[in-house]
Design a protein around this ligand. Structure first.
Ligand code: CDP
Length: 237
């Protein structure tokens, strides 16, 4: 991590936003353009949820879920070589769980798991360790507010719930999973409400975040807009 005179981490970019807002797509494109790494922190909360479900742990059991979140080993790998549309490969205790993380059972339970303070502390620690190497675009719900409050650039990417549901349905259909828009819309609205109203690290834009509504502009246009925040020397204006 490189800090400037004001103590800001100049090579850390935080992207937050609600479910399926396009933040991971933007994060990946931006990271590729800048030669940065991208970390989608949502995978960690999903992986902790999957681990609990696989172990038969009740997600309402905060103590057991928190213990598990501390114990699990998480890793990401470049996903391109699989050629199956994944943005990255997610490893849980060394096992490739990329597609299992998209299971509706995980989506149904992840907001409960992500609401626990101990779970968040364990996963934020892993995220900060990843970010310490610098040159990173980190994507999530609380990156600009909690994980890297000193990030030089903070983006909050949003879109209407209907547009987000439409996109997620298309993604799911492309991957051969169920793609009923009404069911997905209901899940998105429920998760948005839980994520925004939770006590610890609720979903909300940082005071100094640039808010981008992706409902009507393409990812490439958004990247142009973000790159416009850079001056000719590759420094942030
Ligand atoms: O891809 P999608 O936007 O549907 O969700 P995600 O980014 O994979 O995140 C799944 C869930 O993890 C969210 O609904 C949050 O409950 C939680 N999460 C969080 O609390 N904090 C983060 N930094 C990232 C995800």
């Amino acid at each position: 991590m490189v800090e400037d005179d004001s103590g800001l981490s100049v090579d850390t970019i935080a992207i937050d936003g609600p479910a399926a807002s396009g933040k991971t797509t933007i994060g990946r494109l931006l990271a590729a353009k800048l030669g940065y790494q991208m970390l989608d922190t949502g995978f960690m909360y999903r992986a902790a949820t999957l681990a609990a479900l696989d172990a038969g742990i009740d997600v309402e059991d905060e103590t057991a879920v928190t213990r598990l979140a501390r114990e699990i080993e998480l890793d990401v790998r470049d996903g391109a070589r699989h050629g199956d549309g994944r943005l990255y490969s997610a490893l849980l205790n060394g096992r490739d769980v990329t597609w299992q993380l998209r299971d509706p059972a995980v989506a149904r339970n992840v907001s409960a798991v992500a609401s626990y303070l101990g779970v968040r502390q364990a996963l934020v620690e892993k995220q900060r360790r990843f970010g310490e190497q610098g040159k990173v675009v980190m994507v999530g719900r609380d990156i600009g507010t909690v994980v890297f409050p000193d990030a030089r650039l903070k983006l909050y990417i949003t879109a209407t719930a209907e547009e987000r549901a439409r996109r997620r349905a298309l993604d799911n259909q492309a991957q051969g999973h169920g793609g009923d828009v009404e069911v997905i819309l209901a899940d998105i609205k429920r998760r948005d409400a839980l994520d925004s109203q939770r006590k610890h690290s609720p979903l909300l834009p940082a005071d100094d975040a640039v808010i981008i509504d992706s409902s009507v502009i393409t990812p490439d246009e958004i990247i142009d807009q973000i790159m416009g925040l850079l001056d000719g020397d590759g420094e942030w204006r």
